[in-house]
Design a binder for this molecule. Structure first.
Ligand code: HEM
Length: 365
């Protein structure tokens, strides 16, 4: 902890959220478009996979420890009191179809804390988990759910097995991204279409991109590697052309090393510069820096096993709406995700004949 954290976080009031008149229709379009992707991939694979973030690169078991020296304003929700929670984490890349890692796209991590008490968001009284979903960029590529639909429809049209074309496109886009980065910028659109640099996922910093309640305040979260074994992997290139290069790199790491990350929060201190409804705005860190509230640690382990991991990840569902009221998702993109994740995971579980109930303990995974 240091003296730079914001002293005046804004207290949430419902006025900060503005529901658009046609939001219900937008959500239906999202659900239908994602179902189109799931219909194609489940036919191709004979098994239903996530309609985005389909490819897994590792399932990691670990623990999250809340920092003991938090100032009062950071003691909110799950972080209100000291404690350690078992966690399960799933690394993924963003497309809804499972391609070679040489088609390089943005990366995600989903974290599930287990044994969390508190009033639930979705009314499933037996669940005692809190999920945080993040990708490796500080803001979402579109301001709201409505402006995201057209891009998603385009993506749905490319969902098939024409991987050769995507591989060529990906290589070309990576070249374009390198040129843009060399002049000091980066393009989320190019990265999302396959132009992401082909680097080790373990060196990444991940962000929720969109805000959620932090008790009485509003915050974005990030997960930042702090073990030197992880930080040394920032931008580390992967062996080009290998089908499962990312999964292999994660497995190799967890054979020998312990991973350690910090979970950080960035509190909203000004609703103009840190809006709730425009998900594309990067909240300025000079106004409100990310501050650490917990440490996540994972000891050496088998991070992927072809014989058992696919069944385990079929059973797992992560959603920003799986959690407690103190961490309720906020804004247009987050509101849309409630129904979208529910539909996608219900389809998967029904298609694959998996139990529908939430996984509540590490022993179940
Ligand atoms: C309107 C915007 C979004 C839509 C429509 C959407 C949709 C989805 C869907 C349908 C799934 C698969 C759910 C399942 O079958 O279990 C998913 C997974 C995921 N999403 Fe989103 N998402 C959106 C925004 C975001 C954002 C802002 C983030 C994080 C910054 C994110 C991160 C993830 C991650 C990490 C997963 C994989 C979860 C897992 O490992 O099971 N998504 N998304």
């Amino acid at each position: 902890m240091n003296a730079t954290f914001p002293l005046n976080p804004l207290i949430y009031t419902p006025d900060f959220e503005k529901v658009q008149d046609d939001e219900g229709e937008t959500i239906k379009e999202l659900v239908d478009t994602l179902q189109e992707i799931a219909d194609i991939t489940s036919k191709d694979y004979g098994r239903a996979v996530r309609s985005v973030h389909a490819k897994p690169h590792g399932l990691i078991r670990g623990k999250l420890t809340i920092h003991s020296d938090l100032p009062d304003f950071l003691k909110q929700g799950v972080f209100a009191s000291e404690g350690t929670y078992p966690v399960v984490m799933r690394f993924s890349t963003s497309p809804g179809d499972i391609m070679s890692d040489s088609v390089s796209t943005p990366r995600g991590i989903a974290i599930k804390l287990m044994g969390v008490a508190g009033e639930r968001l979705t009314g499933e009284p037996t669940s005692r988990t809190q999920d945080f979903l993040m990708v490796n960029g500080p803001a979402f590529l579109k301001p709201d759910a409505k402006s995201f639909v057209s891009g998603l429809k385009l993506l749905a049209k490319t969902t098939d097995k024409a991987e050769g074309l995507k591989r060529i496109l990906s290589a070309a886009l990576r070249g374009a991204e390198r040129i843009i980065e060399s002049v000091g910028g980066e393009s989320p659109t190019i990265k999302s279409m396959g132009g992401h640099p082909e680097t080790n996922i373990l060196g990444e910093t991940f962000f929720t991109q969109v805000p959620l309640l932090y008790g009485k305040y509003m915050a974005k979260f990030s997960l930042v590697p702090i073990a030197t074994e992880l930080t040394s992997l920032k931008d580390a290139p992967l062996e080009d052309g290998r089908e499962n290069a990312i999964r292999e790199a994660v497995s190799a790491f967890f054979k020998a090393h312990t991973a350690k990350w910090e979970l950080r929060v960035q509190l909203c201190t000004d609703i103009e510069t840190m809006p709730i409804e425009d998900a594309s705005v990067v909240w300025p860190e000079d106004e409100s820096p990310y501050v650490a509230v917990a440490t996540v640690e994972a000891a050496p382990q088998v991070s992927w096993d072809d014989a058992t991991s696919p069944q385990i990840e079929d059973r797992l569902t992560f959603s920003p709406w799986n959690g407690i009221q103190d961490h309720r998702p906020l804004g247009s993109v987050m509101r849309a995700r409630r129904q979208v994740y529910e539909s996608s995971s219900t389809f998967r579980k029904q298609f694959n004949g998996c139990p529908m109930a939430e996984v509540n303990a590490l022993e179940e995974v």
